[in-house]
Each structure stands twice: as C-alpha cells, then as structure tokens.
Design a protein around this ligand. Structure first.
Ligand code: FAD
Length: 317
C-alpha cells in the first residue's frame, strides 16, 4: 500500500521506521534482529536508505595503489522485498541520483515494481567522498526533481528506451526530502522551499523531513510551506542522541542545530549512558508534542539504536 494511502486512511498519527542496509558481509538476519522488537508497534512502513559506492585506493603487493569502487552497504532493493515478505509491512526504498545512470535507475524501478514495492523516496544524494560538490553520473540526474520526473514518467508508461511503445505503467507513490533548517547548499530557506514546491508540483505526494531537535523549526517549516502552497503531508523525521560525539557530528554531517537546553544537558553528562538518557527523554518530549499537534506520521531514524526508539515509541503509541 502507498504511504499516501496509509496517511489518508489513518485516524491518528502513524509510526514508521528507517533503517540502513547492513555492512556488506552481514546477512538479512541482522535486519530482522534490528526490526523484530520494533514490529510490535505496527509501523505503517519502513524506509531503507540507499548508499552509493565509494572510491577507495587498495595497496597492491608492489606498493602501488589500485583504484576500486566499493559499495559498503548494498542491498536496498532486496531488503525491501525481504521486509515486505517477512513482516507483511510496506517498504519504502530510497533512490538517489548520485552514482546512478538513468538506465540503471529504470532497471531498479522495474525490479521494485516486479517485487510489488509501490513506494519510493527520491533524493539527490550527497557528493561522493572524493568530490568537493555533488557531481551527477555522465548519464545521471543532477537534482532529485529530475529523478522524480523519471519515476513519474514510468508511472505513465514512459521508458528511457524510446522504442518501448505502450509500456507497462508502474504505480509508485513518490516522497521527497525537506529541510526545516534549510538544505546546506541552498542560499536561504525561501529558495530551498521554492525547489521543494517544484518537487511537489512535479508529483511528490508527501515530504519527509531531515531530523530536527527543536519542534518549533518543524512547525515554522510546515507553516511557511503551507503559505507557499505546498499542501502535501509533511512527515517529521526524528533521531535520538545517544553519545557526546554527536554534539559536533550532527551539525557537521546533517547541518542541523541542537537547542542550547539539549546541548547543555549533554555537556553535563559523565558518560554516554547518561547522554542516552537525556537523548531518550528529549526524543520522548519531541514525539509527545508532535503527536499532540496531529502530525501524520512520526518517522524514526533507527540507525543502529532500535532500543532507544523502542523505549520512546512504547510510551507514545
Ligand atoms: P535536491 O532536492 O535535489 O536539492 C539539493 C540542493 O539543490 C538543495 O540545496 C536545493 O535547494 C537545490 N536545488 C533543488 N533543485 C534545484 C534546481 N532545479 N536548481 C538549482 N538548485 C536546486 N542520502 C543518501 O545518499 N541516501 C539516502 O538514503 C538518503 N536518505 C535521506 C532521507 C531523508 C528524509 C533526507 C532528508 C535526506 C536523505 N539523504 C540520503 C540525504 C540527501 O541525499 C542529501 O541531503 C542531499 O544533499 C540532498 O538531497 P535532496 O533530495 O534534498 O536534493
């Protein structure tokens, strides 16, 4: 079932989770071990992130280096199919522009359609680790909206292969990313929202936000989106803080601010067990307030911390 239909049919706030594919070498049981405790909360859908390959230099016996492309976390499509089959719950694969040519994207979409997956979250992806800024593949997409248009075309039976006439139509519900604190490359919030509106006008049916730690930023974002004519559901993305390193890592990697009350409380902690307590309580308060405000879904980035999410969700749902 499509994410948008889950939201339309819901009488109350729904819950959903997001997971990363395991590192190459681990099996599907690591996904089940991670998800099993969370399934008691009957998530409406589970997102599976996508990770592009990285360029690495491997030292050879003669001392020279060989350039190799390594995908550390493959398997998004397969994991989605496994989740749907194992738990009978909808899966939402993330699809990115980075590292993909349009034809590869088309093949991935065909695979997803054959597997009965009817949701995708389309994203641009970040720059490769060896690039200063995002570079599309020679025959790839520059922005998420370009990838979105490819999915929307396939929903109309329009394939990259121009000689396919009367092609079978896919039926993907398309979600996109939104940034309550602005995407880090955007010159300002207004411009960022203008591009977000373009994604919605091109067919995005809902928005999932980047994590935030101050609910007011989400409420302000929703209001300005509505003022600008963006009327699709806006799903808040939530992440727990569980260690002190995140005080500098989260702003650096995700370009988000931590409220002073939260950073002060974390700084006072003697160890990461205490940080986890503070982070859990903060996430609980955020979740309570958002649910009270009637958000469509509480979407939790579980990212290796299912226990914390379990503790919070148990008190909310
Ligand atoms: P876009 O919408 O393309 O926007 C990128 C930047 O370009 C923004 O600054 C925007 O303002 C600007 N822009 C947009 N359109 C135009 C245009 N036409 N002309 C000029 N400028 C424009 N990354 C992964 O690699 N894998 C994942 O699984 C993943 N999942 C994510 C899930 C969520 C909910 C979120 C919020 C992010 C996720 N990311 C993921 C990270 C994401 O790929 C990065 O944040 C990326 O830098 C931007 O992606 P986007 O889809 O928002 O890009």
């Amino acid at each position: 079932m499509k994410v948008i239909d889950h939201i339309k049919q819901a009488k109350d706030t729904l819950v959903s989770f997001e997971i990363l594919p395991p590192l190459k070498g681990k099996t599907i049981s690591s996904i089940y071990d991670h998800l099993d405790p969370l399934m008691a909360f009957k998530p409406s859908f589970i997102n599976v992130t996508y990770h592009r390959s990285e360029t690495m230099f491997k030292k050879k016996a003669d001392g020279t280096f060989e350039k190799v492309e390594v995908r550390k976390r493959p398997g998004t499509v397969g994991i989605c199919a496994a989740i749907m089959n194992h738990y009978q719950v909808d899966a939402v694969p993330h699809l990115i522009c980075g590292g993909f040519a349009k034809r590869e994207t088309e093949d991935a979409l065909i695979d997803l359609h054959f597997l009965g997956v009817d949701n995708v979250l389309v994203l641009r992806g970040d720059a490769a680790k060896n690039e200063a800024s995002f570079e599309p593949e020679p025959d790839g997409h520059q922005y998420a909206i370009d990838l979105l248009k490819q999915v929307a075309n396939l929903n109309h039976g329009i394939y990259i292969e121009e000689d396919i006439k009367n092609g079978g139509k896919t039926n993907f519900c398309i979600g996109v990313a939104g940034y309550p604190e602005k995407h880090f490359e955007a010159p300002n919030l207004d411009t960022d929202r203008m591009y977000l509106k373009a994604k919605v006008d091109a067919g995005a049916e809902y928005i999932t936000t980047q994590m935030f730690f101050d609910n007011q930023k989400y409420f302000d974002f929703v209001k300005t989106c509505r003022d600008q004519g963006i009327n699709v559901p806006i799903i808040p993305g939530l992440k727990p803080i569980t260690n002190k390193k995140q005080l500098s890592m989260l702003p650096k990697v995700f370009h988000v601010d931590l409220p002073t009350d939260l950073s002060d409380a974390i700084l006072k902690c003697k160890n990461d067990a205490e940080v986890e307590q503070v982070g859990t309580e903060w996430l609980l308060q955020q979740s309570r307030e958002l649910k009270k405000a009637g958000v469509p879904v509480l979407h939790y980035y579980t990212l290796g911390k299912p226990k914390v999410i379990e503790n919070v969700v148990r008190q909310i749902f």
